[in-house]
Design a protein around this ligand. Structure first.
Ligand SMILES: [Zn+2]
Length: 456
C-alpha cells in the first residue's frame, strides 16, 4: 500500500489534541496516519507521494456507531398488518420478531450489504452490530463478516441470544456466538489481529433471558475473554419484568449474573435509576444512546448526562436507523432539550464526545480482546487508524476547535460526505463507492425484501 498525502483541506483532528488546521494535510502510510501538519510543510517533506486534493473541505475522523442491527434493512417501508402497535412490546412482537424469524442467510447477507453501502456513503468507518435471525442462526455471523470484509469497514459482530423462541433457538444463539468468537482466533485471526473484525457475546435483553441462560452465557463469555452486548432497560417493561420475576432491577440483575464489565455494552439504559447508574460506573460497563430509536419507539429519554457525570462511557448508536451518524448527533442534541424543556442540556461538545471519544473508547474495548495493537479511532493523530472522511463543507462563519461541534450539528450532513477511507484504503472517492456495487445490491435487496414481505 503506497503512501497518500491528503491536503488542501481543514484538518479537524478531534482527540486529546483537538486541533483545527486550515490549509492542512494528513499523511497516510499503510493503514495508519504518519503525519499531520500544514499542506505546505508536508508537501515539502514528502514530494513524491500521491497527493489527494480535499478541495478546501474538511478532513476529519470517520464516524463511529456502537449499536446497530443490520438485519433491520428490509423493514424500510414495510407495512405492519392490523392496528398500529401501541407500545414497545407490540413493536417487537408485531414488527421485529416477525421480521427476524423470516430471515434466511441470503436475506442476512443482503441486509448487511445495504448497511455497508449506507455506512460508507455516510462516512461511518466502524460499526458494532447485534444480529438476530432465529431460523437461520448457524453461520449467520460468518455471512455478515464476509460482507463486512468485502466492504472494507471495521465491525464488531454479535448474535443476540434470547429465550423468546424456545430452548433450541437459544442454544443456537449461544453456539453461533461461541463458534464465531473462536473463529476470530483461528480462521479469521489475521483480520481480527489487524483490527478489522471483532465480536461481543450478544444477548437480547433481560426480559427474554432466563437465569439459566444468563449463567450459561456468562460462563461462555468469561471462557472466551469477551464482553457482552445487551439491550438494558430500553423500555419500562424490561424493568417491570425484572422487578416482578426476580425482585431486582435490570442492571443489578445483569451485574449479579456477571454480564457487566469494561468490555460489555449495555445499550439504551433509558429507565435506569441512580443505583443502576452507580453499578454501571463501578463495573466500567459501556452504555450506548440511540436517540432516534428511542423517539421512534416512544420508550422515553435516557439519563445520558447523569450517566456521564457518574463516569459511565456513553457512546452513540443508531439501533438500525440509517448509518448517517450526523443525523443521530442532531437527534441527541435536540431530544433532551425538548424533553427537559431546558436549552442548556446536552450541549454540542457532549454530543461530539459521545460520537467520537466515547464511541472510540467502546470500540477499543470490544476490539482489544482480539487485537493487541488496536489503533486509535475517532481522532486524527500520528499512529492512529487511517480511518477518515472528506467533507465538502464550506463554513459560512469562522470555524474553531471550540465551535466545531455546532458546525457539525447545524451545518453538516450527508450531502457533504465526499470520500471515505478505512485503514488507508479508499472505500468511496468523489461519491463513488469502490468496494460495493450499489445498484446491484439494492436491486437484489428489493427482490429479497419483496419476497420476505409476502411471507409476512
Ligand atoms: Zn438495539
Amino acid at each position: 500500500m503506497s503512501d497518500i498525502l491528503i491536503g488542501n483541506g481543514t484538518v479537524v483532528t478531534l482527540g486529546s489534541q483537538n486541533r483545527l488546521i486550515e490549509q492542512g494535510a494528513v499523511l497516510v502510510q499503510g493503514t495508519r496516519i504518519a503525519a499531520i501538519d500544514t499542506d505546505t510543510a508536508l508537501r515539502q517533506q514528502h514530494p513524491g507521494v500521491e497527493y489527494v486534493d480535499a478541495n478546501g473541505g474538511i478532513i476529519m475522523p470517520g464516524f463511529l456507531c456502537t449499536h446497530t442491527h443490520f438485519y433491520g434493512a428490509f423493514a424500510r417501508g414495510m407495512a405492519i398488518p392490523g392496528e398500529p402497535p401501541r407500545n414497545f412490546l407490540e413493536i417487537l412482537e408485531r414488527l421485529w420478531w416477525r421480521l427476524d424469524k423470516l430471515l434466511t442467510l441470503e436475506d442476512t447477507r443482503a441486509s448487511a450489504a445495504i448497511f455497508m453501502a449506507d455506512a460508507i456513503r455516510h462516512g461511518t468507518t466502524c460499526v458494532v452490530d447485534h444480529h438476530a435471525s432465529p431460523n437461520a442462526i448457524d453461520g449467520s455471523l460468518d455471512v455478515i463478516a464476509d460482507v463486512v470484509e468485502q466492504a472494507g469497514i471495521r465491525a464488531c459482530l454479535a448474535y443476540e441470544v434470547s429465550d423468546r423462541d424456545g430452548p433450541a433457538v437459544s442454544a443456537g444463539g449461544i453456539r453461533e456466538n461461541e463458534r464465531f468468537i473462536r473463529s476470530l482466533r483461528a480462521e479469521r485471526k489475521q483480520r481480527a489481529q489487524a483490527g478489522m473484525i471483532a465480536a461481543s457475546y450478544g444477548l437480547h435483553a433481560s426480559f427474554t433471558l432466563s437465569a439459566a441462560t444468563l449463567e450459561r452465557c456468562a460462563a461462555g463469555g468469561a471462557d472466551l475473554g469477551v464482553g457482552f452486548h445487551i439491550h438494558a432497560a430500553e423500555d419500562i417493561s424490561d424493568e417491570r419484568d425484572s422487578m416482578s420475576r426476580y425482585g431486582t432491577r435490570v442492571v443489578d440483575r445483569l451485574a449479579a449474573a456477571r454480564i457487566l464489565g469494561p468490555h460489555s455494552i449495555a445499550a439504551h439504559c433509558v429507565h435506569v435509576r441512580s443505583g443502576e447508574i452507580g453499578r454501571l460506573a463501578q463495573t466500567r460497563t459501556n452504555s450506548v444512546h440511540n436517540p432516534r430509536s428511542n423517539m421512534n419507539n416512544a420508550v422515553g429519554r435516557a439519563p445520558v448526562e447523569e450517566l456521564v457525570r457518574a463516569g459511565v462511557t456513553v457512546g452513540l448508536g443508531n439501533d438500525g436507523f440509517s448509518m448517517n451518524m450526523m443525523q443521530e448527533m442532531k437527534a441527541a442534541y435536540l431530544l433532551h432539550k425538548l424533553a427537559l424543556a431546558d436549552p442548556r442540556v446536552m450541549p454540542g461538545d457532549l454530543v461530539l464526545n459521545m460520537a467520537f471519544k466515547h464511541n472510540a473508547h467502546i470500540i477499543e474495548s470490544v476490539f482489544s480482546p482480539f487485537c493487541s495493537d488496536f489503533p486509535r479511532v475517532g481522532e486524527l493523530s500520528v499512529g492512529a487508524a487511517a480511518d477518515l472522511v472528506l467533507l465538502d463543507y464550506l463554513p459560512p462563519t469562522p470555524q474553531s476547535p471550540g465551535n466545531f461541534p455546532w458546525h457539525l450539528i447545524f451545518g453538516m450532513d450527508a450531502q457533504h460526505v465526499n470520500s471515505t477511507m478505512v485503514a488507508g484504503r479508499w472505500l468511496m472517492r468523489n461519491r463513488q463507492l469502490l468496494t460495493i456495487d450499489e445498484a446491484r445490491i439494492h436491486a437484489h435487496a428489493r427482490e429479497l425484501s419483496q419476497a420476505l414481505w409476502k411471507r409476512i
